[in-house]
Ligand binder design. Structure first.
Ligand code: DX5
Ligand code: ZN
Length: 219
């Protein structure tokens, strides 16, 4: 399985609707939406009003990555805004199991993300309920950073563990993903690839096609 999820954090917000259409038409699989609260991560991005606006113009799967403290407080609102999947950070939840349950009960796909220093063991209690695990390949908070090689090792570790427990969740990576490291991260076991800068800088449609070619799934 290979899925490309362009991150709109790197889009030109003056042309947001147009650029979302471009990635969709070029064959991207999901739209990755980074919500940052200035507390869990240093930066602030955007929230519900932006998501409900773009929802009206797109049928893509909205993959909402919540980099916010105690996301359980806002699940209902992100559901209302049009999220299809919600990923929360293990480090941001005082009750991870309850948070995962809340997303699941809303009928959405649920993911848990781990920062570079967080071990995969934190997933243990919620693992059977997850649709996705997001292994951050940079420190969350900003686009345009360089992938941390040790995180690729963690992807390998998670893929091996998933096999052992016959897990059914997908493995997503986010941060510094580009054509130069795509194959390596695929081989490590990742299936869903977030890319901000590498998709939105330059010719968007051409970038999406290049990703699909590199992954061996071009039509
Ligand atoms: C970082 C965000 C990423 C970011 C990726 O905290 O979660 O989704 O937009 O951007 P690039 O692909 O530029 O590293
Ligand atoms: Zn993200």
């Amino acid at each position: 399985m290979f899925k490309l999820a362009p991150s709109i954090l790197a889009a030109d917000f003056m042309k947001l609707g147009e650029q979302i259409q471009q990635v969709e038409e070029a064959g991207a699989d999901e739209l990755h939406i980074d919500v940052m609260d200035g507390v869990f991560v240093p930066s602030i991005s955007f929230g519900m009003p932006v998501i409900s606006s773009i929802r009206k113009g797109s049928r893509m799967f909205f993959d909402v990555h919540l980099m916010i403290t105690e996301p359980i407080r806002y699940i209902d609102e992100f559901v209302k805004a049009g999220a299809d999947g919600i990923t929360v950070h293990a480090e941001a939840c005082s009750d991870l199991a309850e948070t995962v349950k809340k997303v699941k009960e809303a009928g959405l796909r649920v993911g848990v993300s781990i920062k570079p220093a967080t071990p995969i063991t934190v997933l243990e209690e919620v693992e059977p309920y997850l649709d996705r695990v997001l292994v951050m390949t940079v420190e969350p908070g900003f686009g345009g950073q360089k992938l941390m090689p040790e995180c690729v090792e963690k992807v390998k570790e998670l893929a091996a563990h998933r096999k052992l427990v016959s897990g059914t969740y997908d493995i997503q990576v986010d941060g510094g993903i580009g054509l130069s490291n795509l194959r390596e991260v695929m081989e490590a076991g990742a299936e869903v690839f977030v890319a901000g800068t590498a998709v939105f800088r330059g010719d968007i449609a051409q970038n999406v096609r290049a990703f699909k070619e590199e992954a061996g799934v071009a039509d």
